[in-house]
Design a protein around this ligand. Sequence first.
Ligand SMILES: [Mg+2]
Length: 219
Amino acid sequence: MSFKALLLDIEGTVCPIAFVKDVLFPFFSSKVSVLLQSNDPEVKRLLAQFPAQDNLQEYIQDLVARDVKDPILKQLQGHVWAQGYYNGEIKAPVYKDAIELIKRKPEVYIYSSGSVKAQKLLFGHVEDPSSTKSIDLQPFIKSFFDINTSGKKTEPESYQKILQNIGKQPDDVLFISDNILELDAASQVGLETILAVRPGNPPVTDIKNYSILEDYSTL
Ligand SMILES: [Mg+2]
């Protein structure tokens, strides 16, 4: 395989799927009462837009529990997570071999459904098992893409857009993801593809013709 650039998914590919569900969501829930006392004008502005002003705490916790894609909730979560990353309470558990891969390869791009802002926070605050400090992987990543910049990850046109954006031919780029539908879309455009198989990912029943990668040190 003679790829020049790597395009990487995040969840289930470079870090555990459980990070969002088991770390980020509970972290936000634990900060709701603090959030309600906040003097930050942006937080106040966002909170004022919720309909249930008498019972905000319960209202917000209910949105979280039901995983409602509420745009105001998303912005509040983004705010709380940013604070958590900045003060060291949250660190992103990027797999050790994925950290090495990102540092080693000359052209690495990220494409995730999570916003570019959230992606930069994540890669800017990566857990370092050998230190209490975190690792900033942002300097090793050439560009970040999300649904707003490039479209849905299951649509071939999205990968076309990314290719145009980075100025590469399809077979110059290797896309790694844990999601077969995303690999289908990328391979329709002609990208090289590999299925990431990592601990904690749901089993893939129909692997089709995709190659599997369990250890990035072999790449
Ligand atoms: Mg994924």
